[in-house]
Design a protein around this ligand. Structure first.
Ligand code: URP
Ligand code: ZN
Ligand code: ZN
Length: 475
């Protein structure tokens, strides 16, 4: 099957030009000023942007969490992603106590085989138990293309791990070319604040935000960076939300540490005023970390523009308001933490970032596609438009607008955190490995069109000696 995309404005992290693009099977085979070949399908992209498909390195489909499970399956969640111009997600198998890392991977592979994805899917590994020599599985995990860990410094009694585990995991990850993602919040402090609030009868959803202050995040970010430096390993802070956290990342990078961070649309476009919503409505915004003060939003945009923040992911973690968020109707600490958004990232960031002049178009592509592809071992197969790369492409109409609403959402979740917001610029046609998976407002991709993607090591070609480090190794 040959598809010709004609006369589009091709924008990558570094390029911006009008050209034709030919897809042969699953890959891009030719880019040129004028391509005159027979094709099975011609897409006229005149006046449209032609962007590399989005890479969202932080989603949670079918994740057991907070006494329930995220509502999107790998089929429904990846269909939603396709609508939003994302053609690859990297999701998280969750290791629970008593299970090995490889067993955990097998469990998630079965989920993927049952509810097959519409677009491509890679896996990180959430590590929660390093007893019984569990790290011995790591080389096999890397061979399977799982080349990153996620560790939690919060969620006491569930996923939170101690400093010993963090140091051990980071050390092995560094040695094996893996990147460690850190959920950085001080879980001990938060646990006490939550108990205090509940004992004072403060049970409503707004107390979720009040018991997870910015400083509890910033302290953990600082600690995580220091432990990574001690381990001589690269580190990636997930869902960074606060100005002071960002300062710590910026300082680490200035020192030459391989330290990276992502933020998410909820921290760029929502602020703490969402917790003033009446009644239990604010439960829709119970995600972690919580939405912050407007001051932090400005700092995050600066971080994105000047590269202290490397990626915008979604942390799509959808729980329905009815029946799921309601588990915490009498106690905010029982509201499952997480919010939806996998289908909204590109429209929100284009409208609120590029159109407002906060970031350039090239930078947007870098943040949503190229940088996550590079950091997580997918580049140059994913993350750019080049001959030989997978034909993961978004034909984007910058002149059409839409209103974000649960009414036109693909995700199975029963609310939209950005309900009623009008955005200018929408994906028109989305191709995943050459196949049209979204077109004219409809998901056309089928479960099974996507596949599991084995990723290479983080910065695979960089020698470990190149890592400036104060690593403590006693041998
Ligand atoms: O609220 C959130 N972010 N839930 C998902 C789990 C996590 O911490 O990433
Ligand atoms: Zn997290
Ligand atoms: Zn998450």
């Amino acid at each position: 099957m040959r598809t010709l995309i004609r006369n589009g404005r091709i924008v990558t992290a570094v390029d911006d030009y009008v050209a034709d693009l030919l897809i042969d099977g699953e890959v891009i085979s030719m880019i040129g000023a004028r391509i005159d070949v027979e094709a099975d399908r011609v897409i006229d992209a005149t006046g449209k942007l032609v962007l590399p498909g989005g890479v969202d390195p932080h989603t949670h489909m079918e994740m057991p969490f907070g006494g329930t499970e995220t509502i999107d399956t790998f089929s429904s969640g990846t269909a939603a992603a396709a609508k939003g111009g994302t053609t690859t997600i990297v999701d998280f198998p969750v290791q629970t106590r008593g299970h090995s890392l490889l067993e955990t991977l097998e469990t998630w592979q079965r989920k993927l085989d049952t509810n097959k994805p519409v677009i491509d899917v890679g896996f990180h590994m959430i590590v929660s138990d390093l007893s019984d020599g569990r790290l011995q599985d790591v080389p096999a995990l890397v061979k399977e293309g799982v080349t990153s860990f996620k560790l939690f410094m919060a969620y006491k009694g569930a996923l939170m791990v101690d400093d010993e585990t963090i140091f051990e995991a980071l050390t092995v990850a560094g040695e094996q070319g893996m990147l460690t993602m850190m959920h950085a919040e001080n879980g001990g402090v938060i646990d006490v604040l939550v108990r205090r609030a509940l004992s004072e009868g403060k049970t409503g959803p707004r107390y979720h935000a009040l018991t997870r202050p910015e400083l509890a995040e910033a302290e953990a970010v600082h600690s995580a960076l220091a432990i990574a430096e001690l381990a001589g390993a690269p580190i990636y802070i997930v869902h960074l939300s606060a100005e002071r956290s960002l300062q710590h990342v910026g300082e680490a990078r200035q020192r030459g540490q391989y330290a990276y961070a992502e933020t998410c649309p909820q921290y760029l476009f929502l602020d703490e005023s969402v917790y003033d919503s009446p009644g239990f409505e604010a439960a829709k915004f119970v995600f972690t970390p919580p939405a912050r003060a407007k001051r932090s939003q400005d700092a995050l945009w600066r971080g994105l523009a000047f590269n202290d923040l490397s990626v915008i992911s979604t942390d799509h973690c959808p729980f329905c308001f009815k029946g799921q968020k309601e588990l915490g109707a009498d106690d905010f600490s029982k509201i499952p933490n997480g919010g939806p958004g996998v289908e909204l990232r590109l429209p929100l960031v284009y409208d609120g970032g590029v159109r407002t002049g906060r970031i350039t178009l090239n930078r947007m592509v870098e943040l949503l596609s190229t940088a996550p592809a590079k950091l997580f071992g997918l580049f140059p197969r994913k993350g750019t438009i080049a001959v030989g790369s997978d034909a993961d492409i978004v034909v984007f109409d910058p002149n059409r607008s839409t209103v974000l609403s649960v009414e036109n959402q693909v995700s199975l979740v029963d609310y939209c955190a950005f309900e009623g917001r009008e955005v200018h610029g929408v994906p028109e046609t989305v191709l995943s490995r050459g196949r049209v998976v979204y077109e004219d407002g409809k998901v056309t991709g089928k479960p099974g069109d996507g596949q599991f993607i084995r990723r290479t090591e983080h910065m695979g070609t960089l020698s470990p000696q190149a890592t400036p480090t104060t690593a403590i190794r006693v041998r």
